[in-house]
Design a protein. Structure first.
Length: 273
């Protein structure tokens, strides 16, 4: 059963269908792994959400920051951002069913040597730590009091993990690491302002996956989120956000043999100067 990991969709439904034609995708035999950010900014987030949900067991998706943004907005929380394209989902007759399904997706997925998250893993976390932290936050997102978490989800502090953290601060660090992380200090302090490719960041910050002694290095970590990285396909890291939304490509990697596939995408959003 071939398994393909696919980069950030962000509502680019037609590009997804084009890529699946290239893969000759068979939902009865193949499996798709999505790195999160199924929705937002692209032209057809509603179609993407319905399509992935309808795949059932043939698809696994982790939550990205745009997916969490949609869930918060659906509860009347958070701020609408310029460029959001979520109105069709929020007005859809099946919105409650779709949002319930989305809220019950994982923050981290692990199978064999592969570990998938949307953005990153803090350098002090082992793979087992990562799955335990994910389970904590998933329990809050899927539990009866999930709305209380969304009300306090946004924020940049605390900037680093501490085993002594409790409550919403503990959950916020976990969710920020899984859905927003790009750069951090060697000590694991997160930096949320710089989005450029490695080499453009201020002194003292490293891509999270380049921190010396990173404790999850034995896993092959699959991520999206960071379009300026481009495709990375190395033993310990598969980075799959290749900027489909910005006129780049939508990329898939077949996990058993690491073969990459890509289709050119129309530019849905204008690059910032």
């Amino acid at each position: 059963m071939p398994t393909y990991a696919i980069g950030d969709l962000q509502g680019c439904h037609s590009s997804l269908l084009h890529l699946l034609d290239e893969l000759k995708f068979d939902p009865e035999a193949d499996r798709l792994l999505f790195v999160g950010d199924l929705v937002n900014r692209g032209p057809d987030s509603l179609a993407v959400l319905r399509w992935v949900k309808n795949l059932g067991d043939a698809a696994i998706s982790v939550l990205g920051n745009h997916d969490l943004h949609l869930l918060a907005l659906s509860e009347g929380l958070g701020r609408i951002h310029k460029g959001d394209t979520l109105d069709a989902i929020l007005a859809a007759p099946d919105r409650d069913e779709l949002l319930h399904w989305l809220r019950h997706q994982k923050l981290a997925w692990r199978e064999g040597d592969f570990l998938m998250v949307h953005a990153g893993v803090l350098p002090g976390w082992t793979v087992d730590d990562t799955m335990q932290r994910a389970a904590e936050a998933e329990a809050a997102l899927q539990g009866a009091h999930y709305r209380e978490f969304f009300a306090q989800m946004y924020g940049n502090v605390p900037v680093a993990w501490d085993d002594r953290l409790q409550g919403v601060e503990r959950l916020r660090v976990i969710v920020n690491a899984f859905t927003r992380l790009r750069y951090c200090s060697p000590a694991g302090e997160m930096e949320f302002h710089h989005k450029g490719a490695p080499g453009t960041q201020p002194a003292g910050w490293l891509p999270w996956f380049e921190v010396p002694g990173r404790k999850s290095a034995e896993a092959a970590i699959i991520i999206g989120h960071w379009s300026t990285l481009g495709l990375i396909n190395r033993p310990d890291l598969i980075a799959l956000d290749t900027g489909c939304l910005w006129g780049g490509t939508l990329t898939a990697v077949r996990l058993p043999d690491r073969q990459a596939f890509a289709v050119k995408c129309p530019q849905e959003k204008r690059l910032k100067a």
